[in-house]
Design a protein around this ligand. Structure first.
Ligand SMILES: [Zn+2]
Ligand SMILES: [Zn+2]
Length: 163
């Protein structure tokens, strides 16, 4: 347990105590109020303590809120701890899958196609002219006049920089 968890546990304990502190007098007042209401049926007196029913309501409400805070937090942290790794795995799985498919799409585009330097269109690797603009995709080496791929950086014949 770290400091934060200890703090949380302390708070939960306090909430539970407060919940009981409000709930018990609330229930007692409710019982007295209801009791006096039913007793008054047998007599002609007006129910003296019936007002306690209404007084008890906010006590019971506040008590219930504190109790639910005291218990719900531990429940929430329990479920989130249980669920977090599963959710993370699922997200990682989806992200990995997406990454892979995008990655393969990009590498496929890069390896199987050559980009036209004029219009940016991707053409088949062995194409000599751009599908889109008709410009030549072959780079002719200005040193040895060898035909090179359109995206070649160095001449395959003489090795000089033709980028
Ligand atoms: Zn083009
Ligand atoms: Zn060359």
């Amino acid at each position: 347990m770290d400091k934060h968890e200890l703090e949380q546990a302390k708070k939960r304990k306090l909430f539970r105590k407060l919940g009981v502190a409000f709930l018990i007098p609330g229930i007692i007042m409710m019982a007295i109020g209801m009791g006096s209401f039913f007793i008054s049926f047998g007599s002609f007196e007006s129910p003296k303590y019936f007002f306690l029913t209404f007084v008890s309501m906010p006590f019971i409400f506040v008590g219930a809120v504190f109790l639910s805070l005291g218990y719900m937090k531990s429940y929430a942290s329990y479920t989130s701890n249980e669920l977090r790794p599963i959710a993370k795995d699922n997200i990682n799985y989806i992200v990995d899958g997406t990454k892979e498919s995008i990655g393969s799409l990009i590498s496929e585009t890069k390896s199987e196609k050559i980009k036209c330097s004029n219009c940016g269109e991707y053409n088949d690797k062995d194409a000599k002219f751009c599908d889109n603009c008709g410009k030549t995709l072959i780079k002719i080496c200005r040193y040895c006049h060898e035909d090179n791929d359109g995206n070649a950086k160095f001449c395959k014949n003489c090795g000089k920089d033709i980028s």
